[in-house]
Design a protein around this ligand. Structure first.
Ligand SMILES: [Zn+2]
Length: 233
């Protein structure tokens, strides 16, 4: 068998190995950055943030109502104690009591509104929690599929590496070195075949004499256009 034939076989194995490696890389990336999971986590996080913000607001308002109630109790105690005799002071105290009652009523209305918001936020958070669990289950199921594919690809990889070693043992080292150099320069494709009297890699037409040279078992023929090794079968 000619060196070109072995190089062509080697190219086929290397191309398959390149494809396998690319697929493994994209599987790893897919597993790492599953968009559905990131999205569900983000929505869950936002619902949680919203819920805590409303809880904080509610606590703040409850605290404020509590303070004003205490103040109201004190003011009313003073008002009905009989100790304050000056009409102006009594009037001020009455005004204060009225003001506190109004403001407490206003705060209580706000409190009810916030409690409704809290209820909604809680429901939303529960929904997001369920959604996240569901997505996590789905993702781990599809990742099990991806992991299975990765294992199969790794098995193929090992089988092809053994095949590659057998092919390499048939190729002289300096030709192999040239092949590797060409692979690096030519996007992984060092060896092309002849298809319809043209180079299968770059499409340049080959004369009958060039096709003849490519068929020669004793020499290596390079595509005059792209510089790749041509195997003519
Ligand atoms: Zn070419």
């Amino acid at each position: 068998m000619s060196q070109s034939f072995h190089l062509f076989q080697l190219q086929k194995v290397d191309t398959r190995l390149d494809q396998i490696q690319q697929r493994i890389n994209s599987i790893l990336l897919e597993i790492e950055n599953d968009a559905r999971l990131q999205n569900a986590r983000e929505q869950h996080h936002q619902a949680g943030e919203k819920l805590s913000q409303i809880q904080r607001e509610l606590r703040k308002i409850e605290h404020e109502v509590e303070n004003r109630r205490l103040k109201l109790e004190q003011s009313e105690a003073n008002l009905y104690s009989g100790r304050i005799k000056v009409p102006k002071e009594l009037q001020d105290l009455q005004n204060e009591v009225a003001f506190l009652k109004r403001s407490i009523a206003g705060l209580e209305d706000q409190q009810i509104e916030i409690m409704i918001q809290l209820e909604e936020a809680k429901n939303e958070y529960d929904q997001m929690q369920k959604f996240l669990l569901q997505v996590e289950a789905e993702v781990s199921q599809s990742q099990a599929g991806l992991m299975g594919e990765k294992t199969r690809l790794e098995n193929d990889q090992q089988r092809l590496m053994i095949e590659k070693q057998a092919i390499i043992s048939q190729i002289s080292p300096h030709i192999l070195a040239e092949y590797e150099k060409l692979r690096q320069k030519k996007q992984g494709i060092a060896v092309a075949s002849v298809e319809d009297s043209s180079c299968s890699a770059c499409g340049a037409g080959l004369t009958p004499a060039q096709c003849q040279s490519a068929r020669s078992p004793s020499t290596i023929f390079y595509c005059p256009s792209c510089g790749r090794i041509i195997y003519a079968g």
